[in-house]
Design a protein around this ligand. Sequence first.
Ligand code: SAM
Length: 233
Amino acid sequence: LYVQGDLAPGAAVAPTLDQSRYLTQVMRLKAGDELLVFNGRDGEWRVSVAEVLKKGVILRAEEQMRPQTYGPDLELIVAVVKKARVETIVEKAAELGAKRVRLALTHRTNADRLRLDRLDAIAEEAAEQTGRLDVPVVDDPVKLDALLDGWEDGRRLMFCDETGGAPAVSALTAAGDGKWAILIGPEGGFSPEEGERLRSLPFTTAVSLGPRILRADTAAIAAMTLWQAAVGD
Ligand code: SAM
């Protein structure tokens, strides 16, 4: 169960209506059952074993634990596409272990207005459902150029290029684990100038996801799955 705020030992936690429905109707928990409560964001999080009560959930005092560092470090950068597809991409990124989803504004980006609070809620729900103990951060849309200008040292960028690139798995296994980002373009693809810049950067590898042109959400899921298979955990 994802909660915001501190997990003070012995504190009572009031699940939201959706969470209560999920606990009782989907997970069929009843009073006395145990569950994990976490408040993970940005790597700072605690996990507590809690007990379901008739009303709400109470944290057990004795089991406060700070889990080990959590999985390999993947960021998904996706050009803003139609809202429904962005929502799917955020949900799948949470399931497939991305730590962060960054929305990029590119030359051919779709102008759909996105609601970040809704994307956050989708990320939280997917994190709970998938059993991970942190919630991926979803950043506000930023220009791709600004993202590349401020690129974090030591993070490799797997640039998914439908016009051709190395087979994704060999690129991933060749570079090995460590910090990765996956970049997916918009419905209209990257512009020639964007492609040129991306191919010129030292930290990028242009990869192909196969001979067919995939929709952005399919490409994001395929790329994250290949990353997971090659270097994830
Ligand atoms: N330019 C494409 C076209 O001509 O229809 C459309 C781009 S595609 C819908 C959206 C994004 O998914 C691409 O920019 C790329 O990042 C990724 N993508 C789709 N198919 C791919 C493939 N076979 N290999 C690598 N990336 C792919």
